[in-house]
Ligand binder design. Sequence first.
Ligand code: FPP
Length: 256
Amino acid sequence: MKSDTIQDARLDSEKLPFHVAMIMDGNGRWAKQRLMNRVKGHEKGSKTVRSIVTAARELGIGMLTLYAFSTENWARPKIEVSALMMLLKRFLVSERDTLMTRGVRLNILGQQEKLPEDIQREAEKTVEMTRSNQGMVLNLALSYGSRQEITQGVQTLARKIKAGSIQPNDITEEMISDHLYTRQMPDPDLIIRTSGEYRLSNFMMWQAAYSELFITQTLWPDFTRDDFVEILINFQERDRRFGRVKCSTLKDGSPQ
Ligand code: FPP
């Protein structure tokens, strides 16, 4: 166990997922249930982001990816998009010190060039400042869409073929992975989606090939550290086979 993490006694640090990705859903419904504006749900959702980043770091998670804004979210009402951008900017600025003291390194996954210039600047500043941190990696997926990510990767590979630097048969799965925003990162071991929706919604479709999925009914603004711990306990009880059969303890090696 890392000495700077606060483990939960019910967790086995050897069996923790390294990379946890989260589809943070249900902010709008949380607000609607309280007869509030959707933006209030996003505000409460930002507070959950802070507590879950802290919890992930303390529990010893190596990499946390949060789906904060999708390529499709640009089509939401302008006022909601502006509110989300304001909350993102607030997070990027106000969390800098905390990310530094907790040793968290920030990355942005997605079409950074589509983000408002002030957000791009603040994101770059926080990414740069936290570059050498070793405690945990926090990926914020911003203007992220899996189809767009794969499309831009395919375009880059096609340009390399056209330039003659690679041949079509040189393309491997690893090469495709290396042309995604998640290049050099391990695939998520666990993807959690809040609010009871059973879909990936254009999130990490390539990387999710063997991710364990966990859908909780809890809405994102209500999601707590305890909910997270319960899901990690559930993950540790799962048998990940990656398409193979479980190794037998039988002497002849036949599958159980
Ligand atoms: C989905 O809820 C959530 C989002 C589209 C955005 C997630 C944003 C935050 C949690 C706040 C800001 C983020 C950071 C990193 C500070 P929804 O609006 O689709 O909910 P609904 O399905 O109930 O309508």
